[in-house]
Each structure stands twice: as structure tokens, then as C-alpha cells.
Design a protein around this ligand. Structure first.
Ligand code: FES
Ligand SMILES: [Fe+2]
Length: 414
């Protein structure tokens, strides 16, 4: 049986409410299929507008086999390109980030404008047509300060993502924030284990002493069910909505993305040990109330986010191999906030630095146990792990649809 058919059969016959079979977490061929069906074809959060505030600012990222560069043009637009020179394929931008009036390939100095067009290629002969060798564009959209890219030739619809998340993000003005800190950690586990761990707080009380001071472990806050029936959450939504902040739980029918504004514990306003704001300057003047909790934004497969009154934290997941995943955390603050004056960097980053490391250890131990031939899919807690079940269901449905779609197309051709 070929790989497509075998994965399809396993996903269709999987036991609902149970974790996935071992190869989904460790097998390089299954990983390759994940990359082809999801990562190379769908919208991925890649970074923030404020990481490229001026024309010529760029940052690079590696999405599976594809090096990508995101750059701000002279017209202010943010664009993304395959970071592969049209001469002989050298990476054009070799640093993580930088600023440059033009993008110059270090190999033979082919030079590209910020819109990707080739403007200079030395001694290529009179018949050489520069217009044929511009950088290949990658689909790129910016919404509320978040930049998404899609590697597919034809990108799926982005309008529904924009329509859902933009009103929630807008009051936070993240497109004009600044990056206070960024960290990338490598977790030795499959990208789905990183997500499964993120999608429940069943593990929080036993593992996250710092986070649990301010973040409620209630499944209604983290999961996908029951939020509106929780009187504490309903009261929070009513108060925030009255102040003009969209807050109610909203999930796309596909289950791929969702938003909600959740209260923190008691009087907490931020993820600090004291619960007090870590940054003296509020993130945005358009958030008119204090104690607005955390605006949660999820978009599979790349990002989860916490947007608070004083700062925002974004998380970007990028798979490196079947058993390695890079998680980049970015702390955003008001662009005028001054380190050492308005915030202490250690205080700002402490809770999530600890939490990330605790989660890394969990994911790695989870991966360790799954490698055992004795591993078999186990049951999720209905009460606490509804969010994980929803993630696995999304993954499963998404893969089944794509695998069947491919098959239908192939058979149509045959
Ligand atoms: S490979 Fe880029 S200029 Fe030659
Ligand atoms: Fe965790």
C-alpha cells in the first residue's frame, strides 16, 4: 500500500478521542507528507509587520525545504519571496534579518529591487532579459500586525482569516509595536506534539508554577467548549465588549483558527509573578480598560498568541524534522517603551521563558515515550483535553481532505 493510502486509511479508521498512532509523531515519510499537504500549501504566520518597520528591512525564515525572505518595499508594502537567487540558486539574504536598499546575492552580486525585480546582473550578455529573472514571489498578507505567507502556487482564501481576526487584533495596534525580545528554542518532538501540549492546561498545575499564578487552568479558558457558559468568562466578555473590544469566542467552521478574550486570575493584568503589568506604557491607546485579560489567537499550524494590556507574546511553530520543532517566541511592547525605564526585560520575559522551557521538557519526554514499540494511542480527558481533541480532529480532517483531493485529481487525470 502506498503512503498516501496508508495514511488515509489510518486517519479514517482512527479511534476518536485518542492520540494518533506512532508514525504520525516519528516517521520521516509521514512528516514529509505533513509538509507537503499542510505546510507547503497553507497560510503560515511568519512574523510581525513591526519587524520590518522601514523600506529595506527584511527577515528570513526556513519553512521545511524553502528559504523565504520577507521585506518591506519602498511603497510600504510587505512582500515575501523565495530566498533563492535566480542565477544559480544561492540564498540571496543570508542573515536572519537586516536592512538594505536592494537585495544583493553574495555569490555574483545579482541585485534585486525590494519588489523582487532583478535590476542588475553583471556581464550577462546583450540578449539577457532581466525581467525574466525576478525573485519568485510567495503569497503574503498582513493583518493586524501579523504577517502570513503561503508557499502554494494558488493560496487558499485568506479573506475569512482576515474577517475573523482583524477586529480582535485591531485595538492592540501591534503593527506599530516594537520587539522587546525574541527567543527560538528547538523542541525535540514532532510539531503535532508541540501543539497537543499547547492545547490543554491539564498539565499546567503540575508543570507551570509561574504561569499558574496568573493564567487560569480552567478548560473553558484554554479549550473549545463551555466558555460562554462560564459566568466568570461571560461577565468578562460583556465588560470588554462594552468597552469596544471584540471578545467572544469565535472559531472558523474548519476549526483552523479562533479568537477569544479570556480573563486572567483575580486581579492579574499580565504574565508576571506579581500579576502586575510588566510594562508601564500600555501597548495601545485604543484599549480603554484595564484588566482586559488575554486576547487568545490560534491559527493552525503555526501560531498561538497572548495579547495583554501591556504587552503581547506571539509564538511561531516551524517544523525542522519529524522529531524536531523550532518555537519562536516574540515579546512585543509599545514602540515608545524604553527598556530599563518602562520595563525590566527579565521581568517581562521570565514567566514565558520558564513556561516554554517546561513545555519543551514535556514535549521531549512525550516524544521519548512515543518512540517505544509499546506505545499505543491513549484516551484524552473529555473534561480537560477538548482543545487537543479539536486539534487532532482538525489535523485529521485536513489531511483526509487533502489526500482525497489529490487522489480525485490524479484519478481524473488518469
Ligand atoms: S547565485 Fe546569486 S548571483 Fe550567482
Ligand atoms: Fe504548557
Amino acid at each position: 500500500m502506498d503512503l498516501h493510502s496508508s495514511v488515509l486509511r489510518q486517519l479514517k479508521s482512527r479511534r476518536e478521542g485518542f492520540s494518533l498512532a506512532q508514525p504520525f509523531y516519528i516517521d520521516p515519510d509521514y512528516f514529509k507528507l505533513d509538509m507537503e499537504m499542510i505546510w507547503y500549501r497553507d497560510w503560515l504566520f511568519i512574523g510581525h509587520d513591526c519587524e520590518v518597520p522601514r523600506a529595506g528591512n527584511y527577515f528570513t525564515a526556513q519553512i521545511g525545504d524553502y528559504p523565504v525572505v520577507v521585506v518591506r518595499g519602498k511603497d510600504g508594502a510587505i512582500r515575501a519571496f523565495h530566498n533563492t537567487c535566480r542565477h544559480r540558486g544561492h540564498r540571496v539574504c543570508t542573515s536572519d534579518r537586516g536592512a538594505s536598499a536592494k537585495l544583493v546575492c553574495p555569490y555574483h552580486q545579482w541585485t534585486y529591487d525590494l519588489d523582487g525585480s532583478l535590476v542588475f546582473a553583471r556581464q550577462m550578455g546583450e540578449t539577457f532579459d532581466k525581467s525574466e529573472f525576478g525573485l519568485k514571489a510567495v503569497h503574503c498578507e498582513s493583518v493586524g500586525g501579523y504577517v502570513f505567507v503561503c508557499l502554494a502556487d494558488e493560496a487558499p482564501d485568506f479573506a475569512s482569516v482576515r474577517a475573523t481576526i482583524e477586529p480582535y487584533l485591531k485595538p492592540h495596534r501591534l503593527w506599530e509595536a516594537k520587539v522587546a525580545h525574541r527567543s527560538t528554542i528547538i523542541e525535540k518532538g514532532n510539531w503535532k506534539l508541540v501543539w497537543e501540549n499547547n492545547r490543554e492546561c491539564y498539565h499546567c498545575a503540575g508543570n507551570h508554577p509561574e504561569l499558574c499564578r496568573t493564567y487560569p487552568e480552567a478548560p473553558t479558558a484554554t479549550g473549545v467548549q463551555g466558555a460562554k457558559d462560564d459566568p466568570f468568562i461571560a461577565a468578562h466578555w460583556a465588560r470588554c465588549e462594552a468597552a469596544g473590544l471584540p471578545s467572544e469566542f469565535r472559531m472558523d467552521p474548519t476549526g483552523q483558527f479562533r479568537t477569544a478574550r479570556m480573563p486572567l486570575i483575580q486581579e492579574a493584568e499580565s504574565y508576571t509573578l506579581s500579576g502586575k503589568p510588566a510594562v508601564r506604557r500600555p501597548l495601545s491607546a485604543d484599549v480603554p480598560i484595564s484588566h482586559a485579560g488575554t486576547m487568545l489567537l490560534f491559527h493552525y499550524p503555526t501560531t498561538w498568541n497572548h495579547i495583554l494590556g501591556d504587552h503581547a507574546i506571539s509564538f511561531r511553530v516551524l517544523p525542522l524534522s519529524a522529531e524536531e520543532t523550532a518555537v519562536t517566541t516574540t515579546w512585543l511592547v509599545n514602540k515608545d517603551a524604553v527598556e530599563g525605564v518602562d520595563y525590566d526585560l527579565d521581568e517581562l520575559t521570565h514567566v514565558w521563558t520558564m513556561t516554554n522551557d517546561q513545555d519543551r521538557a514535556i514535549v521531549e519526554e512525550n516524544a521519548f515515550g512515543i518512540r517505544s514499540p509499546a506505545y499505543e494511542p491513549g484516551p484524552y480527558s473529555l473534561e480537560h483535553e477538548g482543545g487537543v481533541m479539536q486539534f487532532v480532529e482538525w489535523y485529521s480532517n485536513f489531511m483526509v481532505n487533502r489526500l482525497q483531493g489529490d487522489k480525485a485529481r490524479l484519478s481524473a487525470v488518469a
